[in-house]
Ligand binder design. Structure first.
Ligand code: Z5A
Length: 210
């Protein structure tokens, strides 16, 4: 049996990850590829509890290092209890965010040294990396306007526009570091055009993952 593949979706707030995730899962279902969908932080009961702790608005300032360690604690649980067992069983795993988000948010956003993130990444993941990362790109003002229109903001969403611009710069740096793994989709345009780019990317990349 072939091991499953690991696909991640990334982007700034409100860029349309949830919306595009449904296009991706429709595509995998039509191709008869067995898959599960998950998210980070989260994906297991314990990791979802950590997610709630990370995102809850609170009066007490959260130390960037505490935020980083919570995200990796959730990831360690998620990898061991959910991601690896599914991949081992031949099921593809689609995750709404993974470690690229840590480099973007805790690294570029909060200013934590990349070396510290790399050390935790090696400890928690070993050599494990996504097989394909779909990065939805759009200026944070557009994404935040979409997110604002939708629901109450969580703690990280209230960090401000300078923070979100650093996050986007962090993603773009990851893409230039790992150009083979990433596909960048312009998510600033109307949804049908975003969907068309996504489907074209999947047509080009899924065959080589099978
Ligand atoms: N985080 C972190 O700090 N470190 C880490 O390591 C990890 C995560 C893994 C949870 O993320 C938070 O955790 C996140 C980073 C941090 N920061 N925050 N906050 P999340 O992914 O669960 O939450 P999110 O980024 O805020 O995602 P979201 O709000 O669910 O947005 P989305 O999924 O990208 O967007 P959407 O719900 O699909 O679309 C938003 C709205 O825009 C909706 O009404 C759509 O219909 C509309 N939309 C989407 N696309 C378009 C286009 N193209 N045109 C017009 N309207 C559109």
């Amino acid at each position: 049996m072939n091991r499953g593949k690991f696909i991640t979706l990334e982007g700034v707030e409100g860029v349309g990850k949830s919306t595009n995730l449904s296009y991706l899962t429709d595509y995998l279902a039509a191709a008869n590829i067995p898959f599960v969908v998950t998210r980070e932080p989260g994906g297991t009961p314990l990791a979802e509890e950590i997610r709630a702790m990370v995102l809850a608005p609170r009066d007490e300032p959260v130390a960037p290092l505490a935020e980083l360690l919570m995200v990796f604690a959730a990831r360690a649980q998620h990898i061991e209890q959910f991601i690896v067992p599914h991949l081992d069983a031949g099921t593809w795993v689609v995750s709404d965010r993974f470690t690229d988000a840590t480099y973007a948010y805790q690294g570029c956003g909060r200013g934590i040294d990349t070396a510290a993130i790399l050390e935790l990444e090696r400890l928690v993941q070993g050599a494990m990396q996504p097989d394909l990362t779909l990065y939805l790109d759009c200026p944070p003002e557009i994404g935040m306007a979409r997110a604002d229109a939708r629901a109450a903001l969580d703690r990280i969403e209230t960090a401000g526009m300078d923070f979100m611009n650093r996050v986007r710069a962090g993603y773009l740096a990851r893409i230039s570091q790992y150009p083979q793994r990433f596909v960048t989709i312009d998510a600033s345009v109307a949804l049908p055009q975003v969907k068309a780019q996504l489907i074209a990317a999947l047509d080009a990349r899924i065959g080589s993952l099978l």
